[in-house]
Design a protein around this ligand. Structure first.
Ligand code: GCO
Length: 479
């Protein structure tokens, strides 16, 4: 566990390292001249998800989720690992909250594991499961960190998958019952609640490509999973409004600019279809009460009389997960509206996963929300990057590329705010190296290094950079 003195010692050591972007020293990083122009009142947070960090998959009455099943299926995870132990956050949460507090985070976005709270997915609540989140929330509040909970980050109880999962329309009610039980217990202390994490990504990868749990494939499967997530999200928001009046209810979408991989008309058209399937398949139903133009027919067999009204509900905030843009080409073999990943322009910087980097794209996404969706109150609920990190040395991991990535994206946040976008905060993905889904533990996104043998936590230079900024901004925010 990281103690305050160790943390400060690491910080001092890191300040001597050339970790900051060119022209920005450790001292100037936190100064008004060197820092992104983020206004006072901005919320600085860190983000995680349950299956990726908690471990303890058999403790406290938890039963398997679809990710337990999937990760234990040979060949599904690149390095053969699973989330059985992950970061053991279930048992080490107190140290992790201390770490956040020492770094200066003001908020923490985590997810609740449905299979802890309702192990069978429906029916009786498991008190021991909720007790864990009770302890976590109390610890956060004791450290003056605002909890933001997400009710679903892809870990569906396996028992519900066995009943059809997101293909079964009943899931709107199953999810709402689970949401109501969880919020009834924690809503006295947790106010911001996100319903779903990235429904389009869960539909595309989990129910279309099949490279994520539950490993289902094909267009029909994708459409069903997408519509029923939209419906569950709206139904739950409406139900939670009557649980308490002081809740802030929202949801989290992955949004990104989509570009055609060539000026050919068929690639331009494919990019537009992919944009619908990734971005507006979430945005249009929630904010406008309709599916994107050209997709109404595909969804028509599933949409019942009151569905679109149930989905179009007011939200108090929108969480935006942003990593980078995609370039798309026409691909007759692609299950997703014949749109597939195409060539990325030469010279485009990329992360270790090959994901193109464009900080400007983050500003574009927020401007799109401003112009097309009523400029909702937003938080960047995930932003971060995967790189090959060196081993810890002198109590720190030197990750200059991740630090530069974060800095550039904070500048993009500042640009969006200056253009009138209602952006209220930034949650870095992720607090900890974790179980990165199909990539397993070999791909790291953390601002804190986790040794998966000893489970020791070591700050990365990117965390120290953020810490400097947060402390400087925090001071600025305090009159
Ligand atoms: C997502 C998920 C996260 C991932 C992160 C990096 O955006 O895919 O919300 O759980 O770990 O994005 O891939």
């Amino acid at each position: 566990m990281l103690r305050r003195r160790d943390f400060l010692a690491s910080a001092a050591a890191a300040a001597a390292l050339p970790v900051l972007p060119a022209g920005v020293s450790a001292q100037t990083a936190a100064s008004p001249a060197g820092a992104p122009r983020i206004p006072p009142g901005f919320v600085w947070g860190a983000s995680t998800s349950a299956y990726q960090i908690e471990g303890a998959v058999k403790e406290g009455g938890r039963l398997p989720s679809i990710w337990d099943t999937f990760s234990h299926t040979p060949g599904r995870i690149a390095d053969g690992t699973n989330g059985d132990v992950a970061c053991d956050h279930y048992n080490r949460y107190a140290g992790d909250v201390d770490l956040m507090s020492q770094a200066g985070f003001q908020a923490y976005r985590f997810s609740i594991a449905w299979p802890r709270v309702m192990p069978q997915g429906t029916g009786p609540v498991n008190p021991a499961g909720l007790d864990f989140y009770d302890r976590l929330v109390d610890k956060l509040l004791a450290r003056n960190i605002l909890p933001m909970a997400c009710l679903y980050h892809w870990d569906l109880p396996q028992a519900l998958q066995d009943r059809g999962g997101w293909h079964n329309r009943d899931i709107a009610n199953w999810f709402t019952d689970y949401a109501r039980a969880t919020v009834s217990r924690l809503g006295d202390r947790v106010k911001p609640w996100a319903m779903l994490n990235e429904p389009s990504v869960h539909a595309i990868f989990g129910h279309g490509f099949g490279n994520h749990a539950p490993g289902l494939t094909g267009w029909e499967s994708y459409v069903r999973a997408q519509h029923h997530q939209n419906l569950a999200q709206g139904t739950a928001i409406t139900a939670l409004r009557s649980v308490r009046s002081d809740l802030k209810l929202g949801t989290v979408f992955s949004l990104q600019p989509i570009f055609p991989s060539s000026p050919q008309p068929q690639d331009v058209a494919a990019a537009s279809r992919f944009d619908a399937c990734w971005n507006t398949i979430n945005l249009d139903p929630l904010f406008h009460g309709r599916y994107p133009a050209g997709f109404e027919q595909a969804f028509a067999p599933l949409v019942q009389a009151n569905d679109m009204a149930a989905i179009r509900v007011p939200v108090d905030f929108l969480g935006v997960n942003y990593y980078g843009p995609s370039w798309i080409k026409h691909d007759p073999a692609a299950f997703l509206a014949q749109a597939g990943y195409g060539a990325v322009p030469d010279g485009t910087p990329r992360t270790l996963l090959g994901w193109p980097i464009s900080a400007q794209g983050l500003t574009q996404v927020l401007v799109r929300l401003r112009d097309g969706y009523g400029n909702p109150t937003t938080f960047i609920t995930e932003n971060g990057a995967c790189y090959e990190d060196p081993a810890p040395a002198n109590g720190v991991v030197n990750d200059p590329e991740r630090t530069a990535y974060i800095r550039a994206h904070l500048d993009a946040c500042a640009a969006a705010i200056s253009q009138g976008c209602a952006l209220n905060g930034y949650f870095v993905w992720s607090l900890l190296d974790n179980f990165e889904w199909a990539e397993g533990k070999r791909r790291r996104f953390g601002v804190t290094h986790v040794d998966f043998d000893t489970l020791a936590r070591t700050p990365k230079a990117s965390l120290l950079y953020l810490s400097q900024l947060m402390r400087a901004q925090g001071r600025a925010a305090t009159p």
